[in-house]
Design a protein around this ligand. Sequence first.
Ligand code: HEC
Length: 174
Amino acid sequence: MRSIFYVLALTLIVASPSGEARVIPDPDQKPAPGNEARQTPLHLANYSPSVNYQLQCLGCHLTNGEGAPRHDIPMMKGFVGNFLKVEGGREFLIQVPGASLSALNNQQLAELLNWMLRDDGIAGGSAPKNFKPYTEQEVETNRGVMIKDLIGHRQNLIEQIRNLNIEIPASVIQ
Ligand code: HEC
């Protein structure tokens, strides 16, 4: 009976290091064939704005900017351009954490915002007709300025938009 115990204990001792080794990454592991090139960091990759949106924004804002109001992600579809009609709104679109803290460089973020604000894009005609596209320089100037009271600041912008007699859909979150 006792010998069974010893055999079992010995088996466990012998088996455990190799069991562990399987979950520790092998530092000498080589990439799979055909996958040897190092991955290009996003800020150096020349992806289109729509691909950058998919990689950096879609996870929260969903494909067409529908958002997920149940999870506090506001709907941007057909609305986001209204922020450009009120004071501070233009900077807000750069400074909102999802945009300012993204892995995109300033040029890419400017292009992404311009792409979102197109009439046939997420903004869906909500941007002012005389909208001047964002530039790399403008993103650089505003990006690092942190919004102190994000919720209050956003509420204030929404209130200014409401004062222009623009309807605020519930999914935009107030
Ligand atoms: C982790 C989730 C998340 C990701 C990823 C994200 N956002 Fe957002 N975004 C939010 C939330 C939540 C808000 C509402 C304001 C806030 O609380 O930050 C918001 C608000 C915005 C707004 C202002 C619209 C409004 O109604 O407040 C813009 C513009 C925006 N995001 C752009 C982007 C862009 C561009 C990206 C990708 C580069 C991005 N976001 C990635 C969660 C996210």
